[in-house]
Design a protein around this ligand. Sequence first.
Ligand code: ATP
Ligand SMILES: Cc1cn([C@H]2C[C@H](O)[C@@H](COP(=O)(O)O)O2)c(=O)[nH]c1=O
Length: 207
Amino acid sequence: MASGKFITFEGIDGAGKSTHIGFVADLLRSRGLNVVTTREPGGTALGEALREVLLHQKMHLETEAMLMFAARREHLAQVIEPALARGDWVISDRFTDATFAYQGGGRQLPLAKLEALEQWVHPHLQPDLTLLFDVPLEVARMRLDATRTLDKFEQEKADFFAATRAEYLRRAAQFPQRFRIIDATRTIPEIQQELAQIIAALQGPAA
Ligand SMILES: Nc1ncnc2c1ncn2[C@@H]1O[C@H](COP(=O)(O)OP(=O)(O)OP(=O)(O)O)[C@@H](O)[C@H]1O
Ligand SMILES: Cc1cn([C@H]2C[C@H](O)[C@@H](COP(=O)(O)O)O2)c(=O)[nH]c1=O
C-alpha cells in the first residue's frame, strides 16, 4: 500500500492558510488519494472542547502550552496516526510549529520546555511538508478585521504577532527540508499555482 503523507498549514492569524486547505485536498483527491483534513487545536471531540477553552479563556501561559499538547495527543491518537497507518494523506490546519511560534515566540515560553513536550507527545513523527503562509502583520490584520469577531489570540498586539512570525521564520530556516515559505501577499490564484507545483513535486509522477 502506498504510504500517505502528513502536510501542515501554518502562519499567523489572517495569513490566509485556511483558504487553501480545500484546494490542496481536492488536488490530491483528484489523483485518487484518500485525504483527511483536520485542524489544531481541535480535530476530535475533546480537542474541539479544549479549543473553545484555549481560544476564549485567560490562563497561565504554561497551562496554555500544555493544553495545546494535550489536544494534540488526542488528535494524534484518534485521527492522525490511524489515517497515516491506513495510507491516507493528512492535512492539518496547524500542528506543533504553531506551539513553537505562538507559545514560544509570541508568549516567550522557553523553547526547551516545548521541545520536552514535543518529545513526549510525538517523538517520532514530523510533518512531511509544512506550508508556511507568510505575510506582513498589517496584511494579516486587515484580512482578519474584514471578516470576523476576534478570539483571544487574534486580539493580541502587533509585537506578539511580530514575535510569532519571527519564530515561524526561524523554524523554517532550521528545518528547510520540510518547510516551504509561501508569499501569501499574492492573489489566491497565484498562490494556488505555486501550491499545485509543490504538491506535484511531493507526490511524484502521476500513476
Ligand atoms: N491571498 C489572499 N488575498 C486576499 N485575501 C485573502 C487571501 N487569502 C485569504 N484571504 C482572505 O483573508 C481572510 C483570512 O483568510 P483565512 O481564514 O484563510 O486565514 P487564516 O490564516 O487561516 O487565519 P486564521 O488562522 O485566523 O484562521 C479571509 O477572508 C480570506 O478570504
Ligand atoms: C495549534 C495552536 C494554535 N494556536 C493558536 C493560533 C490561532 O490563533 C488559534 C487557532 O485558530 P485558527 O484560526 O484555527 O488558526 O490557536 C496556538 O497558540 N498554539 C498552537 O499550538
